[in-house]
Design a protein around this ligand. Structure first.
Ligand code: URA
Length: 433
């Protein structure tokens, strides 16, 4: 087989076989096919797309390029969830104890963040002592005993995807639906789950800026899941403003505590309950969405959900007292209030700008080597639809840095205010299954 012929085949819009896809992926990982040929191939995929069969085969090729977790010694149906990424997205941290409180096993493998704020693993590490590097025995023991555990992604999970993603990043081929879908689904499948709930974010702060593209991505990922015998559902959710009120790391943990204690923001609580309910149905605990939703809501109202979060922190080595005393979480020295420049209604809050501002405050990484300041972040005191008077505080920047002009400017310009009241925000757009 020659790489040249495969580039030509894809460039002409023809379908590649499983053997041909494996040849490209394995040859690239082994260093036998150069960057320039794989770049040309990726660009051909960008313009010509891939068939369902090709996308499944590409996903499988990524999966088998590295370690595949064996969760067969965990009893029950293991349901995972994945978000395509948003600003202030702490839903994974809410659903772990919430779904586990129903007795459904949640065996979660998560990543660190590169960009606006930390990933789920970074956020948890803002709790002093919290360990995210469990060996597989402890991980499986915790899921069997407590129904929940989280671990950082192993370095050898889907190495082919890692190498190809890095090439996509510098060849303008990231935003190709077949490539995004196979990249995401390969990591979920290699993590060993039986069923997957996908939270596909749509809006200014998301990869997918409009509903049509988000729906196509969701359908593509659901098709991959089905073709590889994983029950898969996608929930399309709004990311036109950051989720909840907190964007950062330690302050997001504080907000997780609020949601699990029945004091959460409406958008976050609704989305978390919706995703958790689909997980409960896929996990076989309930026959229908409504019964699962009511049962999970009751877990929050009764205090069981927050007790489970305390247990989650304790079994992974953190101090559960932070739940009753969030002031024990890292706190920033400086708190800068941003004021509304005029009176009216908040009509939009550009999520990406809020994320970038949080990164300037120290909450995220610009490069892999950067250290996150867990105390840094932003509290949104107003959200879309809120009425403000000129001079009201619209958000608060938390930081240990002194020079924050850029962060202040970006945060201020993220808000739009108009005299006209905007339409109420829709949190959930659609379910694809
Ligand atoms: N997230 C991933 O893991 N891969 C992509 O290609 C895009 C988002």
């Amino acid at each position: 087989m020659r790489m040249y012929d495969l580039i030509l085949k894809k460039r002409n819009g023809d379908e590649l076989t499983k053997e041909e896809i494996d040849f490209i992926v394995n040859g690239y990982v082994r260093g036998e096919i150069p960057d320039y040929q794989v770049s040309a191939f990726l660009m051909a995929v960008y313009f010509k797309g891939m068939t369902k069969e090709e996308i499944s085969n590409l996903t499988l090729s990524f999966v088998h390029s590295g370690d595949v977790a064996d969760l067969s010694s965990i009893e029950g149906i293991k349901v995972d969830k994945h978000s395509t990424g948003g600003v202030g997205d702490k839903i994974s941290l809410i659903i772990i104890p919430l779904v586990a409180s129903l007795g459904i096993p949640v065996a979660k493998m998560s990543g660190r963040g590169l960009g606006h704020t930390g990933g789920t693993i970074d956020k948890l590490e803002s709790i002093v002592g919290f360990r995210t590097e469990l060996d597989s025995n402890e991980f499986i023991h915790n899921v069997n005993t407590y129904k929940m555990a989280i671990v950082g992604q192993t370095a050898n999970l889907t190495p082919a995807d890692k190498k190809i993603y890095a090439l996509r990043d510098v060849t303008a081929t990231v935003d190709s639906i077949p490539l995004i879908a196979s990249s995401i689904m390969s990591k979920k499948i290699a993590s060993g789950s039986d069923a997957i709930v996908l939270d596909v974010k749509v809006g200014s702060g998301a990869f997918m800026k409009n509903l049509e593209d988000a729906e196509e991505l969701a359908k593509t990922m659901v098709d991959i899941g089905k073709s590889l015998n994983r029950k898969t559902i996608a929930v399309l959710t709004n990311m036109d403003q950051p989720l909840g009120h907190e964007v950062g790391n330690a302050n997001e943990i504080k907000e997780v505590i609020d949601v699990l204690s029945n004091k959460g923001a409406e958008d976050e609580t609704t989305i978390a309950l919706t995703i958790a309910s689909h997980m409960a149905v896929l996990g076989g605990a309930y026959d229908d969405f409504d019964s699962a939703f009511n049962a999970l809501k009751a877990k929050i109202e009764s205090g069981d959900a927050i007790d489970k979060f305390k247990e989650f922190i304790r079994i992974q080595g953190g101090n559960p007292e932070i739940v009753d005393h969030p002031e024990l979480l890292p706190q920033a020295k400086n708190h800068i209030e941003i004021k509304a420049p005029s009176s009216g209604y908040i009509t939009s809050i550009d999520a990406e700008s809020i994320g970038i501002s949080a990164m300037h405050l120290g909450a995220g990484r610009r490069t892999k080597e950067d250290q996150i300041d867990f105390a840094a972040g932003i509290t949104l005191t107003k959200k879309i639809g809120d009425q403000v008077d000129a001079g009201d505080t619209i958000c608060i920047l938390h930081t240990n840095l002194e020079d924050i002009d850029e962060a202040r400017h970006v945060a201020q310009s993220a808000f739009s205010i108009s005299e006209e009241k905007p339409e109420p925000v829709k949190y959930i757009y659609k379910i694809i299954q």
